[in-house]
Design a protein around this ligand. Structure first.
Ligand code: DOR
Ligand code: ZN
Length: 430
């Protein structure tokens, strides 16, 4: 099977490429990128005026399967990814049961391979049951192809346990992803501690809770030499610590979410539970610091932290709502609107942070359209204007703080291993 994508502007940071070219795909892999390809193909896609990029890679997603299918499952979650232009996702282990053994890693991978619409990587737990006490079977899970390890949603509070985990995973060159928020400092709060929390009378979570946790994680990375990736960095203090750590050569990387790059705690002012998230949305000074860090390379990747919840779970008072909301179907549009069309970032920088760089950190065979690589491709209309309407989402957890937002830029086709999984916003049925 040959597919020819013609006349698109190919932006591929992995090859320093930004040019109008043709892309030939054969049997699921990239066969050629050239100015003009005349070879006959089974299908030709006219991409004039559109961007053709390596498929987006989201290394922080919650698919909720097994056990929490009322929020999401592998089918609906991967459909949402396809709709958003995302071709590889890494799912977090806070399911029911927790993904803390190899049988669960294999189970998710098998089901995703059979029924998923995009590539699914699995993040295993660091500790059994995410309880922060006993180490999970990380070696076994690594053998079954776990991408990395995380107790996402929970901080591994015991420094001894986290250090042991770091020493353990270095033996097989994996990465610990840390949800770096000190539990004691954060457990009495529901949103970012600041002017807005004081004004609306919601107990706050100090940024200090994140800063001290990140400081500890960096020290453990330095001491053990293990690679530590800080999930969803949201505070300016944490950013500065990571910047300095990188300068000192400590093996630490980090990601920022779409929402922490584009929303402030003002979004929480009307108690909309769609804005309750962990870490919380912070004030403008923090958002600006994260943007600066994205620019100077301190932040390596943009992620969604797609964390769907059933609508009725979020239909409660602000403080009782579970943290998180969906993100796969809004991430590209929101980032293009807020960071590209405002001239803050180039398209090359954005595709780098949403595809090539996260793939490189976790050594995924993704994020590049080099000849011979899997043909995971996102085709983007940079100028398509659209309004976020959660009723059109594929995800089950429809609530989003971006509801009703006017966006400019959208994925118009998504291809995984040479096959279209989304065209014109519609996920292709099998
Ligand atoms: O807001 C969040 N929700 N942050 C996390 O780290 C976990 C996630 C979830 O699982 O719902
Ligand atoms: Zn998460």
């Amino acid at each position: 099977m040959k597919t020819l994508i013609k006349n698109g502007r190919i932006v591929d940071p992995s090859q320093n490429l930004d040019a109008v070219m043709d892309l030939l795909i054969e049997d699921g892999v990239v066969k050629a990128i050239e100015k003009k390809i005349t070879e006959k193909a089974d299908e030709t896609y006219e991409a004039k005026g559109l961007l053709v990029t390596p498929g987006l890679v989201d290394v922080h997603t919650h698919l909720r399967e097994p056990g929490l299918e009322a929020k999401e499952d592998i089918v609906t979650g991967t459909m949402a990814a396809a709709a958003g232009g995302v071709t590889t996702i890494a799912c977090m282990p806070n399911t029911k049961p927790i993904v803390d053994s190899s049988i669960l890693v294999s189970g998710i991978k098998d089901r995703a391979a059979r029924e998923g619409y995009v590539n699914v990587e699995v993040v295993g737990a660091i500790t059994k049951g995410l309880e922060g006490k006993e180490l999970a079977e990380m070696g076994d899970m690594a053998q079954k192809g776990a991408m990395a390890f995380s107790d996402d949603g929970h901080y591994v509070s015991s420094t001894r346990t986290f250090t042991l985990a770091a020493e353990y995973i270095s033996a097989f060159d994996k990465i610990l992803i840390s949800h770096s928020i000190d539990h004691e400092l954060s457990s009495d709060g529901y949103m970012h501690e600041g002017v807005v929390s004081a004004r609306i009378g919601v107990p706050g979570i100090p940024a200090l809770a994140e800063d001290v946790a990140v400081a500890r994680d960096i020290l453990v990375a330095e001491y053990t030499g293990a690679r530590v990736h800080i999930a969803h960095v949201a505070s300016k203090g944490a950013i500065e610590l990571i910047r300095q750590a990188k300068k000192r050569g400590i093996p630490v990387t980090c990601e920022a979410t779409v929402h922490h790059l584009t929303l402030t705690d003002e979004a929480c002012a009307d108690y909309n539970t769609a804005t309750r998230v962990s870490p919380p949305l912070r004030s403008k000074d923090h958002v600006e610091a994260i943007r600066e860090a994205l620019k100077d390379g301190t932040v390596d990747a943009i992620v969604t932290d797609h964390a769907p919840h059933a609508p009725e779970e979020k239909d409660v008072e602000f403080r009782y709502a579970p943290c998180g909301f969906c993100g796969l179907e809004t991430s590209l549009g929101v980032i293009l609107t807020e960071l590209y069309h405002t001239n803050l970032f180039t398209i090359n920088e954005i595709i780098g942070k949403m595809s090539t760089e996260p793939a490189n950190i976790f050594s995924l065979n993704a994020g590049s359209l080099k000849v011979g690589n899997p043909a995971d491709v996102t085709i983007i209309d940079l100028n398509k204007e659209w309004i976020v309407d959660s009723m059109k989402f594929y995800t089950r957890g429809k609530l989003t703080p971006f509801e009703g937002k006017s966006c400019k830029g959208k994925a118009v086709a998504t291809m995984v291993a040479g096959k279209f999984v989304m065209r014109d916003g519609v996920v292709c049925t099998r």
